[in-house]
Design a protein around this ligand. Structure first.
Ligand code: TXA
Ligand code: MG
Length: 326
């Protein structure tokens, strides 16, 4: 029996599996950590104000201690618990995109423990759109710090089975939900400076942000000095297989022990161990991380990914593919 089949039959789980937001919230109240679905990817949550529980997140994920966590809220009033002030730019983004796949970075309140923000004076805040996430957050009655619910460096989990594959036995509970809708992580926008800066592209597109605040720009990467978004310096989203981005399926080398994902069909597609043709950029984003994990389970050695136009959601998709290919 494969691990996946085992999970399916609930017989290799060392972690509580539940569909009850209330049961999962009881674990949070007891200082435990819980994986839960959101519209982007699954998160691994702990009470923002519980330092011991927050430490468990870093241990379970093997997360570098200098990588800050995003705080998840269900009520607009909770922003005041976390942020010292909300500049006009953030107010506008919040009005337009909360609840949804956008994280705003604001100056944090002193009452938020430094471990939640990895020592930074700022905090990322987001209100997920997913009904199970919202029900869970409401049942917890406290904001939850939550990174993606994977081992650091692996592709973010878009199904509870992917969470279990990485974290079974390392966390107390998984709140079950379906496949996440978007499949890529939230857009992170820093609102602490004179103009909003996108630190990580995501499902809320640069174009959408600029419709609200035209001066919004993408933060320059790789400049000297400490990275503004520490998480972006780490190896990310990477399957064990080598990832090669190709502009056209015609540029693919050998299909031996290889996989292909893209929007166009490749000649001789049946020779690939695994392949997935996506009919839109949205579907491609939805499938990418899941496909990476499938390829690793099948011990594929190379994954060819067809590039997309880096516009709209395509910008985030290309970002994740480039990081995976490094
Ligand atoms: O969609 C998402 O954002 C998912 C779901 C669970 O909400 N969460 C997620 O968390 O992707 P994580 O920890 O895997 O990625 C958070 C990113 C990292 O790149 C981190 O450096 C950045 O957000 N970040 C968090 N707080 C920050 C802050 N105060 N300043 C700058 N960057 C921050
Ligand atoms: Mg992550």
């Amino acid at each position: 029996m494969s691990y996946e089949e085992g999970i399916e039959r609930n017989c290799v789980m060392h972690t509580l599996l539940t569909e009850s937001p209330k049961k999962a919230a009881q674990c949070i109240a007891q200082g435990e950590i819980v994986a839960f679905p959101t519209e982007t990817v699954y998160g691994l949550g702990a009470n923002v104000f519980d330092e011991r529980a927050l430490r468990k997140i870093f241990v379970a994920k093997k997360r570098p201690p200098d990588n800050p966590l995003i705080a998840h809220i269900a009520e607009f009033a909770d922003i005041d618990l976390l942020a010292r002030r909300v500049p006009r730019s953030a107010e506008k983004f919040i009005e337009e995109f909360f609840p949804g796949p956008l994280t705003v970075v604001l100056a944090k309140r002193q009452s938020v423990p430094l471990i939640a923000t990895a020592g930074l004076p700022t905090i990322g805040i987001r209100m997920p759109h997913h009904p199970v996430a919202l029900a869970f957050l409401k049942a917890c009655d406290v904001p939850l710090s939550a990174p993606s619910a994977n081992l650091s460096g692996t592709p973010s989990p878009t199904t509870w089975r992917s969470v279990a594959a990485d974290l079974d036995g390392r966390i107390s509970c998984i709140l079950k939900g379906g496949h996440t809708n978007v499949g890529l992580e939230s857009t992170v926008v820093d609102c602490t400076g004179p103009v909003p800066r996108v630190l990580r592209s995501g499902a809320v597109t640069l174009e959408q942000l600029r419709d609200v605040i035209p001066s919004t720009r993408v933060a320059a990467q790789g400049k000297a000095g400490p990275p503004k978004s520490p998480g972006m310096k780490y190896r990310h989203y990477s399957p064990r297989a080598r990832v090669i981005i190709v502009s056209s399926p015609r540029r693919i080398g050998s299909a031996t022990n290889a996989a292909y994902i893209g929007m166009e069909v490749v000649q001789g597609i049946s020779e690939f161990r695994l392949h997935r043709i996506c009919s839109s950029v949205e579907k491609y984003a939805h499938e990418l991380f899941d496909f990476f994990r499938l390829c690793d389970n099948a011990h594929v050695s190379v994954i060819y990914c067809q590039s997309v136009v880096p516009k709209g959601l395509g910008l985030a998709l290309m970002d994740r593919m480039k990081r995976a290919s490094h």
